[in-house]
Design a protein around this ligand. Structure first.
Ligand code: F6P
Length: 544
C-alpha cells in the first residue's frame, strides 16, 4: 500500500538526499552536458524540463520505484474504470469521462454514463449557440453579459479559463461573482444592464451559502428592474440538484446537470464550464476537452519514468517529504494565467490537504504542500527576493509560451528571457568568489566589499520545473490543467489519502451558520468561547 511504500523507501530516498547534499545542480550540469536531455520530456509538443531539480538518475529510479510500489498504476486504472476510489463519500471519480471525446463506454453501476454526458454537452452547445447568435432572446433582446454565480470549483475553473483564453473570446462579456461579501455582486451589478444579462447559478449542491445568497440578490435586483414575469428567462443553472434549481425557479430546459462522480474542483469540463463555452464557443470548448484527453491518454499509456504528471508528482514528493520544502510556487510567465495559482490552490490543497490516510489513521509524513504564485514578471518585483535568498527553499513551476498571442515588438523576447533567467539564477546562484570578483572589478573599496559581499551571495541549487508550450490556446490549456489534476491524484496515492473528499471545509461552514443569528443580534449563545463572543460584542458596538 501507498503509506508503506513511502515509509519503506524513505531510507533509500534519504540516502540519496545525503549524496545530493554533497553536490549541487551547478556541478551536476557542468559535469553532464546531457543533463537537460536526460531530465526533460514532452507531451504533444510541450516541453517539461525538470533538470533543475536536486536529482540524478538514481534518485529518479528510486522515485519511479516509489510510484510503482505505491500502486500508482493500479489506482490510475481504478479511477478511469469508475471504481469507487473516493471511499469516504462512496463515489467513483470520473471527471475524465467528461472529456472522453471519443465516447468509449464508461460504466458506473452497470450503466454506460457516456450517453448522458454527451446529452448535456449537446444541450450546452445548443444553448451557447443560441445565446451567442442572439436566437435566445431575453427582455432586452440579445444577451450582452453573463454573470456566473458560484464559488470554489463552481467559480475558479471557469474564471481562470475564461481569462486565460481572452484572445478566443467572441461571445458575451463574462463576469464571475463568488464572494458572499456584497461588494462582489454590487460591483458586478454596477457594470451590467438587467435587460440583457443572463445569470448562471453554478452550484453542484445548490445549497452553498455564498452562491444562494448571491443568487437571491441577483433575482431581487432583476425583480426590481424588470417585470416579475420576465425574470425567469434571465437565469440558467448548473447543478446536480434538480429539486433545488426548480425551487429557485429555473426551468429544466436551462438547467445543465452533472453527477456525484464529478468533484467540484474537477468540474470545469462539463456543465460548470458553460460560461467558458458561452465566451469562446463550443468549438473552442471542444478543444479544451481534446487537450485534457491528450493528457489522460498520456497519463494512462506512458511509462512512469516518462509520464509527465507522474514526474511532477514524484518531484513534488521528493521536495516535500525528503528535502522538506513546505511550499510550491506556480509562476506563469503568461499574464492571462493570473488566476492559475488560485485555481491550483483549490485543486491541490483541497484535494491533498489531509492529515489522515484512507484508513483514517494519522499520516506519519507531510502531505500537500502550500501552493501559491503570481505571474512573472510581476512576481519578480515582489516576492522573488525570498525565493532567491530567503531561508526557505521554494520549488517553482515556470510556465511560458513560445508564441505570444500578440506580436508587440520585444515584449515576448523579454518575457521569455526573464522566465529562463529566473530558473537559471535559482539553479546557479552566485558564489562568494564571484561576488568578490564582481565588486573588485567595480573598483569598490576592500572594506566595503567584505561588508557587502554576504548580501550579494546567492546559494543557488534551488529547484524548479519549466513548462514550455507553443501557445496558450484552448487545447494546451486543457492539457495543462489535466496534467496538474493527475499530479494531484498521483501524490494522493503516494501519501495514501483520499484526494477526492473535503471534510476540512465543513466545520467553518457549520460554525458560520450557527453564528449568523448571533451576528445579526437575533440570538445569544453564551456557550461560545470568550474570543468569539468578544468579537461579536465588539462588532455590535462598532456598528452603532
Ligand atoms: O468549499 C467546499 C466546496 O464544497 C468545494 O469543494 C466546492 O467546489 C464549493 O464548495 C462549491 O460547492 P457547490 O458547487 O456545491 O456550490
Amino acid at each position: 500500500m501507498s503509506k508503506s511504500a513511502l515509509k519503506a523507501l524513505s531510507p533509500d530516498l534519504k540516502a540519496h538526499k545525503k549524496r545530493m547534499d554533497k553536490t549541487n545542480m551547478r556541478k551536476m550540469f557542468s559535469k553532464d552536458e546531457k543533463r537537460f536531455a536526460k531530465f526533460s520530456t514532452s507531451i504533444e509538443g510541450m516541453v517539461f524540463d525538470y533538470s533543475k531539480n536536486r536529482i540524478d538518475a538514481n534518485v529518479m529510479k528510486s522515485l519511479v520505484k516509489l510510484a510503482k510500489q505505491a500502486g500508482v498504476e493500479d489506482y490510475r486504472d481504478k479511477m478511469f474504470a469508475g471504481e469507487v476510489i473516493n471511499g469516504t463519500e462512496k463515489r467513483a471519480v470520473l471527471h475524465t469521462a467528461l472529456r472522453n471525446t471519443k465516447g468509449e463506454p464508461v460504466v458506473v453501476d452497470g450503466k454506460d454514463i457516456m450517453p448522458d454526458i454527451q446529452k448535456v454537452l449537446r444541450a450546452m452547445g445548443k444553448f451557447s449557440n443560441a445565446v451567442r447568435s442572439g436566437k435566445y432572446q431575453v427582455t432586452g433582446g440579445k444577451i450582452t453579459d453573463v454573470v456566473n454565480i458560484g464559488i470554489g470549483g463552481s467559480d475558479l475553473g471557469p474564471a481562470m479559463v475564461t481569462l486565460a483564453l481572452a484572445p478566443y473570446h467572441n461571445g458575451p462579456n463574462c463576469h464571475f461573482v463568488s464572494n458572499v461579501d456584497g461588494a462582489d455582486i454590487a460591483d458586478t451589478l454596477a457594470k451590467i444592464e438587467p435587460a440583457t444579462t443572463l445569470f448562471i447559478i453554478a452550484s453542484k449542491t445548490f445549497t452553498t451559502q455564498e452562491t444562494m445568497t448571491n443568487a437571491n440578490t441577483a433575482r431581487e435586483w432583476l425583480r426590481k428592474k424588470l417585470k416579475k414575469k420576465d425574470v425567469g428567462v434571465h437565469f440558467a443553472a448548473l447543478s446536480t440538484n434538480l429539486k433545488g434549481t426548480r425551487e429557485f425557479g429555473i426551468e429544466d430546459s436551462r438547467t445543465f446537470g452533472f453527477w456525484d462522480w464529478v468533484g467540484g474542483r474537477y468540474s470545469l469540463w462539463g456543465a460548470i464550464g458553460l460560461s467558458i463555452m458561452l465566451a469562446v464557443g463550443p468549438k473552442n470548448f471542444a478543444k479544451i476537452l481534446e487537450g485534457a484527453q491528450a493528457a489522460d491518454t498520456h497519463f494512462k499509456e506512458t511509462k512512469l519514468s516518462d509520464n509527465v504528471p507522474v514526474l511532477m508528482a514524484l518531484l513534488g514528493v521528493w521536495n516535500r517529504n525528503i528535502l522538506g520544502f513546505a511550499t510550491h510556487a506556480v509562476l506563469p510567465y503568461d499574464n492571462r494565467l493570473s488566476r492559475f495559482a488560485a485555481y491550483l490552490q483549490q485543486l491541490d490543497m483541497e484535494s491533498n490537504g489531509k492529515r489522515v490516510g484512507m484508513n483514517g489513521k494519522p499520516l506519519k509524513y507531510s502531505s500537500g504542500a502550500v501552493v501559491w504564485g503570481e505571474p512573472g514578471t510581476n512576481g519578480q518585483h515582489a516576492f522573488y527576493q525570498l525565493i532567491h535568498q530567503g531561508t526557505d527553499v521554494i520549488p517553482c513551476d515556470f510556465l511560458i509560451a513560445a508564441k505570444p498571442q500578440e506580436n508587440l515588438g520585444d515584449h515576448h523576447a523579454l518575457l521569455v528571457a526573464n522566465c529562463f533567467a529566473q530558473s537559471e539564477a535559482l539553479m546557479v546562484g552566485k558564489t562568494q568568489d564571484e561576488v568578490f570578483k564582481e565588486l573588485n572589478a567595480s573598483g569598490m573599496d576592500a572594506k566595503d566589499i567584505k561588508k557587502l559581499a554576504p548580501h550579494k551571495v546567492f546559494e543557488g541549487n534551488r529547484p524548479s520545473n519549466t513548462f514550455l508550450y507553443e501557445k496558450l490556446d484552448p487545447k494546451t490549456l486543457g492539457m495543462l490543467i489535466a496534467l496538474y489534476e493527475h499530479k494531484v491524484h498521483v501524490q494522493g496515492v503516494i501519501w495514501g489519502l483520499n484526494s477526492y473528499d473535503q471534510w476540512g471545509v465543513e466545520l467553518g461552514k457549520a460554525l458560520a451558520n450557527q453564528l449568523v443569528p448571533l451576528v445579526k443580534g437575533d440570538a445569544k449563545d453564551k456557550s461560545k468561547d470568550a474570543s468569539t463572543l468578544g468579537l461579536v460584542d465588539a462588532f455590535h458596538l462598532l456598528q452603532k
